[in-house]
Structure formats: C-alpha cells, structure tokens
Design a protein around this ligand. Structure first.
Ligand code: 2M8
Length: 459
C-alpha cells in the first residue's frame, strides 16, 4: 500500500531542505571568517575591534578549526601558551604585532607587564587572565586527533602547561584554601561590563582617565561599556602596579575580589578533562592531584555559590563576604562542569525558562531580563552571546534536558542565519526582526567557530 503524502509532509520536507541549504551556506561563511581572521599561529577575535590574540577566544576558535584544519586548532593553543609566564599564569591578551595605542587601549605600555618578574620575556602581554577553558579544549582536540601520532604528541606537550596554569590558580588565587579561585578584575570574567559588577564600582571611587576610546570608533557607543566604567577598569590595573602585580598583595588590598561561577566552572570542567586525559596517558600522580582539586572545588562551589531561593549560582564578593546581588547567565555555566545535583539543575531550568520571557526572547540573555539593570543591546548587560549559548547547550544535554538544549541550539543558529556573524545579539525576537543584524564586532571569530561546531557536532 502506498503511504499517504499530505500537504503537511510536503511543506515540512521543503522547509527542512531550505534549512539544510541555509546551514550549508552558514558553514562555508563561518570557515571563511576564521581563515580571514587568522594570522600566523593565532586568530583575531574580530579584525577591527580586537586586533590581538585573546585567551578564551583562542580556545573557542580552536573548536571550530578542529573540523577542518587540525594544525590550525593546535597552533592556536601552542601560540597562546608560548606567552605563559614562569609561574604558570596565562595572560588574556598577547600583543603579537606592534602594541600600538592607535589600535587598542589599554595597550601593552599601559599594563607594563614587565613590572612582574614572572612575566613573559618574549611576548608583550596583559597582566590579567581569562576563564581556563584549555583543559577541555585539549580533550576535544585529542578526541579528533588521538589516533594520529600528532594527537598524542600534542597532549604530551600541552598537558603540563595547562596543569601549570591550574597550579598557578590554586596556589595564588585561593587565599582561604577553599578550592574556589578568585578573579581580580572584571576583564578576567570574560563578561566585562555585566551589571553584576556595578555594586563594586559603587563601593569606591576611581579617578577619571582621559584617553580616546578605540572600541567606539568601530561599534556604537550604546552597545559598549560606558566611559565611567572604563575609569574603574583602568584604575584597578593601575592600582596593581604598585604591588608589581603580586597576587598576595592584590588579594589583601584590592576592591575587586570575586569568586566567579563561570571562571570556576571552566576550571572544574578543565580538571575533569585533564583527569580523563591523564588516565589514558598513564599519569596516575596527576590524576590524584586533579581529583583532589575537584573534590574540594565542587564541594565549596555547591556549598557557597548556589542560591536556593533564586534557583541559580551566584558571584561571591570575597571583599564583603557576600554574594553580589544580580543574576547573570554565568550562573548556568556549572551545568557544563556537571556541578549541580539533578534537583538543582531542575531549578536552574525554570530560571532559564523565565529568561526566555515566554518565548519572546532568544535564549540565553547574558543578564536577568526581569532586572531593572537589563539593557538588551549593551554588551554583557543583556545581549545573547554564542559562546555562552554553546556552553549552556552542552551542559543541558549532559543533564538530559534535551528540549531546552535543542531550543538553545536552534535559537543560536537562527540568530546567526538571520542576522550575521556578530559578536552578540538582541534577545527580543520582535526587536531583532526589525534590526536584521547583530551587535558589536562583525565577522566575529568565536561566533563562526562555534557555529561550525554546532553544525558539525558528532561528525
Ligand atoms: C571582550 O573583552 C575585551 C577586554 O578583554 C574588550 O572589551 O576590550 C570580552 O567580550 C571578552 O570576553 C573577549 O574575550 C574579548 C575579545 O573577544 O572582548
């Protein structure tokens, strides 16, 4: 008997074909962007606004290269770790070519990293770091290349460097030996101008800095941090100089000392990956060390950072001994590291549902859309970011929340398909229809890389 073909069937197969073709075009464009932004051994986040190598951007970029050029994925990581300091610290920007003030500010001269005796002698870098995602990036590269001799060689080469980074963090950024490391600057969080930091800026005064903003020459002011916030960002760095960037002094005196749920989740997830890699490479001592770190870190994370009432993980202000008072998408990052119990994960799922405003918003806004400080176009104060979506998507999948995971994946692909490879996106679906483009930098590398990964998943 012939199966009945309905009009519905025809429509849905035509629709599937259209999406299939659109995704293929997306894939090709994404590859082009990565190749266009690629320099010798590393990739710029976006050619006009971020003209150097950034730490966690390189990790995300490597995930895209994995699918079509393993050498480039590996060299992205190799180049990053060439600038590692003698104490294991990995800086967040490497000023590869002339550290020109005309291109980006604050530049290498402003940081004066050489004040620290531990800084790189070969590369000009910043004195801040960014989320430690390299452990799990290495594991993904290994999964793709493990059967090749280069894959095993690469793990052998990178494992001790990443381990040294983790040692640096636990030895220098955990003054109360809790297994939770602190960040000393908002730029270390990756979520630069999130409203979560506002109460810290309100707790002290910073002088006004007179300099010309480079970022607002490329991106509208309404989409970037406010000038007054930059005063605080710069003042913190200036204030670290009098201690020659010694962490112990910074921990004792600085106004900014925060245990960030995103940063710590990335560390725990990286520890998990290093455990698996160390098991397969036969490094039992390292497995023991990593397991000890994670036992303590996960325990403290759950004891200290989960807010039962609001159903989400929070930032902890070590200076004031209390949570910072706002909810951000960084609070969902623990899903990626397997930190919450299934019960807590369910609670987080309802919060995510609330963030979608009954489906009127794309997931996942970077900041609580019901909070008065939410701003839908201003950088980390509300817009949707592809790197956060990618992390949350994988976290949801691990917990078996398939529907929500698929929703995030579809939202991400739809935004990029309809608006382009921007740095961040308008969450409000109606507004975004009118805009027809995203916000911030264009042809953005991690957007391209992670779209490749989402489209090529399991392939
Ligand atoms: C943004 O941060 C830099 C400072 O590090 C900036 O605004 O100049 C953030 O979105 C950060 O997470 C990202 O790594 C960087 C480059 O994409 O841009």
């Amino acid at each position: 008997m012939c199966p009945t073909i309905t009009v519905g069937h025809i429509f849905s197969s035509v629709y599937r074909n259209i999406v299939f073709m659109a995704n293929n075009r997306l894939l090709e464009k994404a590859k082009q962007i990565l190749l266009m932004n690629h320099r010798e051994g590393f990739t710029l986040p976006s050619t006009n606004i971020y003209p150097f190598q950034w730490k966690w951007d390189s990790g995300f970029v490597a995930l895209g290269f994995i699918h079509f050029n393993l050498d480039m994925a590996m060299s992205e990581m190799r180049t990053l770790f060439k600038a590692q300091w003698s104490n294991g610290f990995v800086p967040h920007i490497i000023f590869h070519d002339s550290p020109d003030e005309k291109k980006y500010f604050p530049n290498a001269a402003f940081y004066s990293a050489n004040l620290s005796p531990e800084s790189s002698k070969t590369y000009q870098t910043t004195t801040l770091t960014q989320p430690p995602i390299e452990g799990w990036v290495l594991e993904r590269i290994f999964k793709k290349a493990g059967n090749l001799p280069e894959g095993r060689k690469f793990v052998k080469e990178m494992f001790p460097k990443i381990m040294a980074q983790h040692e640096y963090l636990y030895n220098n950024r955990d003054p109360f030996d809790e297994g939770l490391v602190y960040i000393q600057h908002n730029w270390e969080s990756g979520t630069d101008n999130s409203p979560v930091w506002d109460e810290i800026w309100n707790s002290f005064d910073a002088p006004e800095y007179h300099f010309s903003r480079k970022d607002t020459q490329h991106v509208r002011e309404t989409q970037r941090p406010r000038q007054r916030e930059y005063d605080y960002y710069l003042y913190l760095i200036d204030s670290f100089k009098k201690y020659n960037y010694r962490d112990s002094d910074i921990a004792e005196h600085s106004h900014f000392l925060v245990q960030d749920p995103l940063f710590n989740s990335m560390l725990i997830a990286s520890n998990n990956s290093l455990i698996r890699l160390a098991e397969s490479a036969g490094y039992p001592e390292k497995v023991k060390q990593l397991r000890n770190w994670n036992r303590k870190s996960i325990q403290s994370f759950n004891d200290k950072l989960f807010d039962e009432k609001n159903g989400l993980y929070r930032h902890y202000n070590l200076r004031e001994n209390k949570w910072l008072s706002r909810l951000t998408s960084s609070g969902f990052a623990p899903l990626f590291a397997g930190i919450p119990s299934p019960d807590r994960a369910e609670k987080m799922l309802s919060v995510m549902d609330r963030f979608s405003k009954d489906g009127q918003y794309f997931l996942c806004p970077s900041f609580d859309p019901d909070d008065i400080r939410f701003e839908s176009q201003r950088y980390w104060r509300g817009p949707v970011w592809v790197n956060m979506n990618w992390l949350i998507y994988h976290g949801l999948k691990e917990y078996g929340f398939t529907d929500m995971a698929q929703k995030i994946r579809e939202n991400t692909l739809q935004m990029v398909r309809e608006q382009g490879f921007y740095e961040y996106f308008e969450p409000d679906k109606e507004k975004s229809k009118l805009l027809q483009k995203g916000y911030g930098g264009t042809d953005f590398s991690w957007t391209a890389a992670l779209i490749i990964d989402l489209l090529k998943e399991n392939k």
